[in-house]
Design a protein around this ligand. Structure first.
Ligand SMILES: C[S@@+](CC[C@H](N)C(=O)[O-])C[C@H]1O[C@@H](n2cnc3c(N)ncnc32)[C@H](O)[C@@H]1O
Length: 614
């Protein structure tokens, strides 16, 4: 069966049973055509069916081509007039020929339908159709978000060129209610972000082609805003980078804040094909000069202690997730089937009904069974889950991977800030991952804590929707630190989650990597003499019985830290011998450097250390 016959069955089948269109298509093992292609064709044709019904009827296509059903006529006319590559059938195919014979008439009927809707261009009509499709399902319309790429342009420039003639309005609510109109608003949380009316398509504009404007949902801009990398803060890692929206956003922020020469972005992408898209996007956005794309590189296989990453100060983690927060791709618009001569339309109806009854009997279309859950992530990857149990297992597997990734990021020695984000609505992938990460040994050892709301950048601090306190076990500080967004709440965003982690500067990177055993709070474990235990051999770092005593009665510590010092005492106040060992007397007491200096100069210039004679 051809793509069009398979799509026709789905187009005219009732939408009230068998689950969503997505689950009926992706869960149908009998489909011969690629499910993604069938889904896109059916969905787009439904969106356009109001217009195409008029076109097909006015061109009297069904009367002229008696073998065409109403559904086939809609699908084929859609592809003939609106799809980039036309009808996906060989030129000699009977179905294609049946519609192409009427191309002239169909094209002029489309122009008439467009003018009846007062649309000057096909782009305006497209925007109107998109907008109507969004609101038809009773959903809140979703604005089109456009980020002005600070590497190539400014908001002022774009207002004077790409968006010339647009009226700037105060809020996103007005923009959302203005489908088909030329209005926009400047976002208050994300710098350089514009909200455009639903369905606005400027993908054909020069600004889009040149990378001056990037389409990116507002919520998806939050991670780079929250990470807020700045000059002198070291290199930045984007661990899961393709297609590159956040990588290029990071680049724009870095450059805007005055990037320090030599500081780079390392963008990792495990999937080679997607990494090519990432590379293209980085180039188009103009950040290839300081972004290193690691094509096909699994971030989990990167050695955080490698020399190359010694200066990584910030990491953005946006791993694969369930994609459950993505704005509905399956909000089915109403279907308008064209009417033809009585028998033509009737055949279409009967055919659909008969097929549908058979499918129901066979249980092939999911009729009578619980519909499968279909997860489509923001890369368009689809996972079909046949039960709630499968869904729970899938979320648990994703969460385990997400936590591993976060703990791996914690291990970068010079890192001070990390953001973790998903486009999932499930707490299992969000707050629960944050809590587990904070409770991990590595977080405690290295001092990672959550980036509190009051310490966040203004736009992020002021965003009103925060984490779920219940999902944070009642820890309101963590819940407040987490940022959530929900689709359909009137703010015009997709479902999203982001949290930040920070840790303070430490004197040396070795300090927390140090050679000593620590407790679960990251504190070095010491005996009653204050002597720590070595991780390497489980022995005390100083064995008092083994202290050597030299000729003048002073002993030397058996030193087991890194060569040349670097342990806890490295910056300490004690005198050391030529090999960096603290000099101690026979009682194990060290000598204060300051006391020696004070003896020498007889000058009291402030802190001289503890002195029993004082
Ligand atoms: C949610 S998408 C990232 C979207 C991207 N941050 C953006 O805003 O354009 C997740 C990406 O991570 C990649 N990925 C998954 N696991 C990875 C790993 N271990 N190392 C590197 N990339 C990985 C996936 O192939 C996918 O392209």
């Amino acid at each position: 069966m051809s793509l069009y016959h398979e799509a026709a069955n789905l187009l005219s089948a009732p939408t009230t049973h068998g689950g969503s269109l997505k689950s009926r298509i992706f869960g149908n093992k009998e489909l011969k055509s690629p499910p993604a292609q069938v889904y896109a064709l059916v969905l787009e044709t439904r969106k356009w069916s109001g217009v195409l019904k008029e076109v097909v009827e006015s061109a009297q296509l069904l009367g002229a081509e008696r073998k065409l059903t109403a559904a086939l006529a809609l699908l084929l006319t859609h592809d003939l007039l609106l799809a980039k590559s036309g009808i996906a059938l060989p030129a000699s195919h009977g179905l294609r020929a049946a519609v192409e014979r009427h191309k002239g008439r169909l094209t002029s009927e489309l122009s008439r339908a467009r003018l009846r809707r007062k649309c000057a261009t096909i782009e305006t009509l497209r925007a109107l159709v998109e907008a109507e499709a969004i609101t038809a399902g009773g959903r809140t319309p979703h604005p089109r978000w456009a980020r002005v790429n600070a590497l190539k342009s400014t908001v002022d420039d774009q207002l004077e060129t790409t968006f010339k003639g647009y009226e700037v309005v105060a809020g996103v609510e007005e923009v959302m209610a203005s489908a088909g109109k030329k209005v926009l608003c400047l976002d208050g949380n994300v710098p350089n972000l514009l909200a455009l009316p639903p369905g606005t398509d400027v993908t054909r504009s020069e600004a889009y082609r040149k990378g001056e404007v990037i389409f990116q949902d507002k919520a998806s801009c939050f991670p780079a805003c929250l990470l807020d990398p700045g000059p002198g803060e070291g290199d930045v890692v984007d661990a899961c980078a393709a297609p590159g929206n956040k990588t290029t956003h990071l680049a724009g922020i870095l450059e805007g804040r005055g990037r320090t020469e030599g500081e780079r972005i390392f963008a990792f992408e495990k999937d080679k094909g997607r990494a090519k898209t990432l590379e293209r996007m980085v180039k188009t956005a103009g950040s290839d000069g300081f972004t290193v794309v690691h094509q096909g590189q699994d971030f989990l296989k990167v050695d955080p202690t490698g020399e190359k990453y010694a200066n990584v100060g910030a990491l953005l983690l946006d791993p694969s997730c369930s994609g459950s927060g993505i704005v509905g791709r399956d909000d089915l618009p109403e279907l308008h089937l064209p009417e033809g001569p009585a028998e033509g339309a009737a055949v279409a109806g009967k055919k659909g009904d008969k097929k549908d009854r058979k499918r129901k009997r066979d249980g092939k279309d999911g009729g009578g069974e619980k519909p499968p859950v279909v997860l489509v992530d923001d890369d368009g990857e689809t996972t079909v889950l046949s039960s709630e149990k499968d869904l729970t297992a899938r979320i648990a597997a994703l969460a385990a991977f997400q936590l591993t990734l976060l703990l791996h990021a914690f291990a970068f020695p010079a890192a001070r800030k990390i953001t973790y984000s998903t486009c999932s609505v499930y707490a299992g992938e969000n707050e629960h991952v944050v809590l587990k990460a904070l409770a991990s040994d590595i977080a405690r050892q290295r001092g990672w804590r959550v980036l509190k709301r009051e310490d966040q950048t203004r736009g992020m601090r002021e965003w009103p929707v925060r984490g779920d306190p219940d999902a944070c076990d009642g820890d309101t500080e963590v819940a407040e630190a987490c940022i959530r967004t929900y689709r359909d709440d009137g703010r015009g965003v997709m479902g999203f989650f982001v949290a930040g982690f920070v840790r303070e500067e430490t004197t040396t990177a070795e300090d927390d990597l140090g050679p000593y055993v620590r407790d679960s709070n990251g504190v070095i474990v010491r005996d009653e003499m204050g002597i720590p235990t070595l991780k390497a051999n489980g022995k005390k770092a100083i064995n008092l019985d083994e202290l050597e005593t030299d000729s003048d009665g002073k002993g030397v510590e058996i030193y087991a830290g890194p060569p040349g010092g670097g342990d806890d005492d490295d910056q300490g106040p004690y005198v050391r011998d030529a090999e960096g060992r603290i000099v101690r007397d026979a009682m194990g007491m060290p000598t204060l450097k300051a006391a020696l200096q004070s003896d020498k100069d007889d000058i009291d210039d402030g802190w001289n250390g503890f002195d029993d004679d004082d």
